[in-house]
Ligand binder design. Structure first.
Ligand code: UD1
Ligand code: MG
Length: 454
């Protein structure tokens, strides 16, 4: 099958410099969703018709199996398909999709394509309570489709028809080529209408069949930010529904956003307000507290993430305790039962099993052993303004509060670092190391007092 995706339109009503089909749904351009769905039909040709912002659109969705056709001027849907014709294989039917209709399911497209086969014309139609703006499906007395009439060209009687053209059609490619070559633009919009091919087919005695989507939202198009937001919510509701059906507990399916691929083990629960981006995996029994943002990360079985954590490109081991208010940055790898508490930031660091940094710390470019305790206020000074250096903390170390580890520096196995230390040299194993100004008391000192106002 050939698939042509129309994506040349400007999207004036988006009031945006970004080409319309690149506006994201669930974090990805809506056109990318259409291309993904198209791929599930294994097309032999996949052509995207670009026009407005052509360069940006090409760049955004470039792939080996996608080719582009340029429509310099937007002269109508028929004209748009014409631009793709040189790339189409006449021996297979052509399916036309819209780049701004992102939620159509593969199952619906398959049903349409199957109904049409290799010889019939297929139109995806729906009955709308208010069909204003859409092309109307005109049927004869026997119920066969004979033409499609655009809203602006329609008489009162035709406007009363509630069955509309979703825009998605499939038809034999040789015929399509012929019909398009004779298309005119003598209509209310002065455009070359793809929909006019339906009347040609009917006149030539080609069977015209219709199929309907499983749900009305599948054919919603995006022309404005209002519609974009509606489509986003519908898509998110569908994703949440799938998670629920797979056994994930969601505190509120209306308050989760998945912008990528979220996979979950058994008995996972997710509180409200969480955002998942990229690929995220949550192992068995993982609990995610409210208002966490988790991107490209994996969280192993039994781990608990408390509210308000930001986790990016990190691995959390089994039974970890993270947050509240923890930030795990790229390259963080936490072993089993690691605790990262409030206002602790970890970056590009490995922390081995049973280690803890419970309060107000920065662990960057560090290798931390097992059973280490990192006291409140501890920071790795990993950056000299130009270079980054590593800190190594071996197993069973205890770092007292408010310690600065000036990298590169190593703390040997079992060492204890006294509170307030600025560590610039290696701390030997099993000993107490500290740097501290001597404490003193000035007996003669008196606290200044304000003079009473006269
Ligand atoms: C079209 C259909 C109408 C249908 C409606 C469904 C025609 C003539 N009409 O109308 O029957 O009910 O869709 O939403 O086909 N595009 C291009 N190049 C162009 C014109 C359009 O790439 O020259 C793209 C647009 O970017 C858009 C799609 O084709 O993705 C549809 O175009 P649009 O102008 O929205 O069509 P409608 O007038 O809504
Ligand atoms: Mg139009």
């Amino acid at each position: 099958m050939n698939i042509v995706i129309l994506a040349a339109g400007m999207g004036k009503r988006m009031h945006s410099d970004l080409p319309k089909v690149l506006h994201p749904v669930a974090g990805r351009p809506m056109l990318a969703h259409v291309i993904d769905t198209a791929r599930t039909l294994s097309p032999s040709r996949l052509v995207v018709v670009v026009g407005h912002g052509a360069e940006r659109v090409r760049e955004a969705v470039a792939a080996d199996d996608v080719t582009f056709a340029e429509q310099a001027q937007q002269l109508g849907t028929g004209h748009a398909v014409m631009q793709a014709l040189p790339q189409l294989d006449d021996n297979q039917p052509t399916l036309v999709l819209y780049g701004d209709v992102p939620l159509t399911t593969a199952a619906t497209l398959k049903a349409l394509v199957e109904a049409a086969g290799n010889t019939r014309f297929g139109v995806l139609t729906v009955e709308m309570p208010d069909p204003t703006g859409y092309g109307r499906i005109v049927r004869d007395a026997a119920g066969s489709i004979v033409r499609i009439v655009e809203q602006k060209d329609a008489s009162e009687a035709i406007r009363a028809i509630r069955e509309i053209n979703t825009g998605i059609i499939v038809c034999p490619t040789g015929h399509l080529r012929r019909w398009l070559s004779t298309l005119g633009n003598d209509n209310a919009q002065g455009e070359y209408y793809l929909t006019d091919t339906v009347e040609r087919a009917a006149t030539e005695g080609i069977d015209i069949v219709s199929a309907q989507p499983a749900a009305l939202w599948e054919t919603l198009g995006v022309n404005s930010k209002v519609q974009l937001a509606e489509v986003e919510r519908i898509h998110q509701r569908n994703l949440a529904q799938r998670l629920l059906e797979a056994g994930v507990t969601l505190a509120d399916p209306a308050r989760i956003d998945v912008r990528g691929e979220l996979t979950c083990g058994r008995d996972v629960s997710i509180d409200i307000g969480c955002v998942f981006e990229g690929r995220v995996h949550l192992g068995d029994g993982v609990q995610i507290g409210a208002n966490c943002v988790i991107r490209n990360s994996s969280i192993d079985a039994g781990a608990q993430v408390q509210p308000f954590c930001h986790i990016d490109s990190a691995k959390i081991g089994a039974d970890g305790r993270i947050g509240p208010y923890a930030r795990l940055r790229p390259g963080t790898e936490l072993g089993e039962d690691v605790h990262i508490g409030n206002f602790v930031e970890v970056k590009n660091s490995q922390v081995a099993a049973h280690s803890k940094a419970n309060h107000l710390a920065y662990v960057g470019d560090a290798t931390v052993g097992a059973r280490v305790n990192i006291g409140a206020g501890t920071i790795t000074c990993n950056y000299d303004g130009a270079n980054k250096f590593r800190t190594v903390i071996e197993d069973d170390v205890f770092i007292g509060s408010d310690t600065q580890l000036v990298a590169p520096v190593t703390v040997r196995r079992g060492a204890t670092i006294g509170a307030g230390t600025t560590l610039t040299k290696e701390a030997p194993a099993d000993k107490l190391t500290l740097s501290r100004a001597k404490q003193m008391t000035l007996d003669a000192w008196q606290r200044p007092v304000k003079k009473p106002k006269q």
